[in-house]
Design a protein around this ligand. Sequence first.
Ligand code: DAS
Length: 354
Amino acid sequence: MFKRIFTRCAVFAAGCAASLAVMAAQPNVVILATGGTIAGAGAEATNSATYQAAKVPVDKLIAGVPELAKVAAVRGEQVFQIASESFTNEHLLALGKRVSALVKQADVDGIVITHGTDTLEETAYFLNLVIKSDKPIVLVGSMRPGTAMSADGMLNLYNAVAAAAAKDARGKGVLVAMNDELNSGRDVSKMINIQTGAFKSPWGPLGMIVEGRNYWFRLPAKRHTVNSEFDIDKIDSLPLVGIAYGHGNVADTAYKALAASGAKAIIHAGTGNGSVAKNVVAGLRELRSQGVQIIRSSHVNAGGFVLRNAEQPDDQYDWVVAHDLNPQKARILATVALTKTGDSKELQRIFWEY
Ligand code: DAS
């Protein structure tokens, strides 16, 4: 009888040791939840677009994907519970500082941020610029709430955690895991606002994630994270930068209103090659003379590309071009860059390098 009890204890102890060994071997991933559709809920399974965002708490998100435990030891923090169109510069700063504190911890191997899809691309680029770590930081959202048929949030979250737990995701900058793709936080944008394949990079994804494994095809070419000159720990406020849309029959009204509201820079979301209507040029030059930075971007959807002195004499007007960054990305870079310099030539260098 003693022999049987001893054998059972030995088996139990071996089981505990094995599970402890697995847990000890598993990477530690922290999920920072901010809200969005991935935390959304609709009334019916047919409601793929009619729902309330930012309802489901992080512990329920984690409980909803038990398979996460197979790829990482996961814990969650509810940083915000908002729809991401309502993100402010203060939200960006608070989230950035939490990420910065966590990546410094030896018991944190990677971070996942669940986020609304509307401004996910902005937050991803912001963190790409200011977090001084090569640990994987992966943003993830969903295009459908978890209550809908063929919801995409569960698999997106599983993929994001698997990527954040993987050593081969280190040093690639901030990543976005949506629809089985791994995109650069710099390049990716929400190109279609109703499909699970909404997120695209004009220059293609960095890789794919299939059944929890990463497959890489290219690396980021621009400066990010550890080789960025910006550091969230040295930023305590972010300047106001506005965006004004270029279109037919445009006037300089919006540009002047943004400047009057205190914008330190205005992103011109221009047509084509960031073109500026001739009856807006004088207004922009006047704002530049008052110290407001003018940054030409393009609102061409699948990827604008603005060249200096192509259709506008940027050297003569002392304007900056946003290179391949769309207006919302250009706003993020200008906001971060202006924490360090107000010199337009320095700003242009930064737009070429980041
Ligand atoms: N309102 C959107 C947001 O929170 C919902 C979503 O698509 O995540 O960004």
